[in-house]
Design a protein around this ligand. Sequence first.
Ligand code: HEC
Length: 139
Amino acid sequence: MRIAGLFALILGSFLLPAQETTPKVKVVGAKPTSPASGKEMFHAYCASCHGLDGKGNGPAASALKKQPADLTLLAQQSGGKFPAMRVMNSIKDGTQAGHGSKDMPVWGPILSTVSSDSPAVVTQRIGNLIGFIESMQVK
Ligand code: HEC
């Protein structure tokens, strides 16, 4: 028994440093951004997972079970038409596949906290985020 315990201890000390280097998604409070800039908001809130270019290769992506969607292909995957409504629902309510899962936050309430809880500002933020995502579609 004692030997087994000791073994576990040694094993534990080998496992610990390895665990420390495993990337973890750190959830921090949303920092304030301008509701007028889709780009600024995307970089602040989305790029950690989706990447600055939206292709889904942000620094936090490797820590997720499900890989972030490549947001540049949304129009292509929808027969050439950018699915603005779907994107809006995904961001706001997390109703689409994966949203509101552990790996993709539901943004409605978070955006509300950086908008002084003003629904009009939240709507403006989501509109500008959608516009920015639409601008990154591959043709
Ligand atoms: C913590 C990581 C993470 C962050 C931060 C994040 N996403 Fe996501 N996102 C994901 C994952 C993972 C998926 C894929 C979910 C799935 O397919 O089940 C996803 C999927 C999406 C989709 C769905 C695409 C489709 O096919 O309908 C949209 C749109 C989206 N994200 C937009 C955003 C926007 C906008 C932001 C910033 C406000 C954001 N995401 C921030 C992880 C993240």
